[in-house]
Design a protein around this ligand. Structure first.
Ligand code: ROI
Length: 158
């Protein structure tokens, strides 16, 4: 069993409902237990000209290997109508593997810890709700230090 953290995001077609549906699907994954869910947060898109996002983080305990988990997450995204057009385009649902236990992975399909999580308030603040105050990422950076460098600006807790 490995503890993993999943970032959820949506900015199309009723984002809060998209996140609730995704959480239900995560709870039904094979060999996986949904162990915790953060609050939902709204924030402006980092790419200008898109609708605001709703984001959250979920904790899973899973026996799925990293790429099997990635396949399962992409199937949930596809089920909820995600179309991959532009790289940073608006999306009905984005599910990112933020952390997979203590593992550091650098593979063509999967980089863990997730590339951008270290500086994104809409990832770090919900993650902080689910972990102990002295939590360290797989690359040994302390979450408290990342939070100190990442002000709670533009983030609205729903
Ligand atoms: N902006 C916010 N606020 N939340 C996201 O999940 C998000 N995801 C993205 C980009 C377009 C970078 N901006 C985002 O992919």
């Amino acid at each position: 069993m490995v503890r993993v953290y999943i970032g959820l995001g949506s900015n199309l077609a009723d984002p809060e409902q998209q996140l609730r549906s995704a959480l239900e699907a995560l709870g039904q994954l094979n060999a996986t237990t949904l162990a915790g869910v953060s609050s939902f947060y709204a924030s402006d898109s980092l790419s200008p000209g898109q609708p605001r996002y709703t984001n959250a983080v979920a904790a899973l305990d899973t026996e799925l290997a990293p790429l099997a988990l990635l396949d399962a997450l992409q199937a949930i995204e596809a089920d909820q109508g995600r179309e991959r057009k532009e790289r940073w385009g608006p999306r009905t649902l984005d599910l990112d593997i933020l952390l997979y236990g203590e593992e550091v992975l650098d593979q063509p399909r999967l980089v863990v810890p997730h590339y951008h999580m270290h500086a994104r308030p809409f990832v770090l603040y919900p993650l902080a709700e689910l972990v102990a105050p002295d939590f360290r990422l797989a690359d040994q950076r302390a979450l408290s230090e990342l939070l100190a460098e990442c002000p709670f600006v533009g983030l609205e807790r729903l």
